[in-house]
Design a protein around this ligand. Structure first.
Ligand code: HEC
Length: 196
């Protein structure tokens, strides 16, 4: 910014209004190029630097929050003790119910698990087609029932979530719901759930 260039008029004239040809102030240019430089660093760090993407960070945080949330329910295994413990815990059942409703089980098993004719099984009666004991329910949800509309649900449910939705299914037994489906001819009676 030399003195001689200061306040020199350009030959522009708009309705008699003229303008100086002064350079932009140094602090303004510094800010401008500073934001530009910052954006390059920011983009490199958050979008292409390995493991640092915003999405990866967010997903890791969600996964961590999820498992922390489930940690208080203790170890989750395919055994009757785990399923009965969750089934008797209203908080766990509420999580299972929310999953049952949000992950589409309701479409085939009815809004209250009473089953849908020609579709999903009724969970409120004392009969089942594919399981005899409570600890078998998680695996049916994982693998589905080959040759039926019941496909594996693992794409929709995190490993821990399978236990909660299974516990909710088990908790429906004995409930009276509207439009419960008739007993399926293939369904066999199941023993009462164990107690611990
Ligand atoms: C597209 C329809 C459909 C969806 C969605 C669906 N199911 Fe099923 N489900 C079925 C059908 C049909 C059967 C019965 C299979 C048979 O005839 O053996 C079944 C059977 C089951 C059984 C075994 C019942 C029994 O008596 O043997 C369980 C447990 C089960 N589903 C849980 C779930 C859960 C939990 C979800 C949601 C995460 C779900 N299903 C989503 C259609 C569905």
């Amino acid at each position: 910014m030399s003195e001689s260039r200061q306040d020199q008029l350009t030959d522009h004239s708009y309705d008699g209004i003229q303008e100086y040809d002064n350079p932009l102030p140094g602090w303004w240019k510094l800010l401008f190029w500073g934001t530009f430089g910052f954006s390059v660093l920011y983009w490199t760090w958050f979008h292409i630097w390995p493991g640092q993407s915003i999405i990866a960070t967010w997903e890791a945080q969600v996964e961590e929050a999820r498992s922390q949330g489930y940690a208080r329910f203790g170890e989750l295994k395919d055994d009757a003790e785990t399923l009965v413990r969750l089934m008797n815990d209203p908080e766990a059942v509420a999580i299972g119910q929310a999953l049952f409703q949000s992950k589409g089980c309701v479409a085939c098993h009815g809004p209250e698990g009473g089953g849908v004719v020609n579709l999903g099984a009724n969970f409120t009666d004392d009969y089942a087609i594919n399981f005899q004991t409570i600890d078998q329910i998680p695996n049916i949800i994982r693998t589905g029932v080959p040759g039926t509309a019941m496909v594996s649900q693992t794409a929709l449910l995190a490993p821990a979530e399978v236990y909660f939705v299974a516990a909710y299914v088990a908790s429906l037994r004995g409930k009276t719901v509207a439009n419960a489906k008739e007993r399926d001819p293939r369904a066999k009676p199941i023993e009462p759930w164990p107690t611990f």
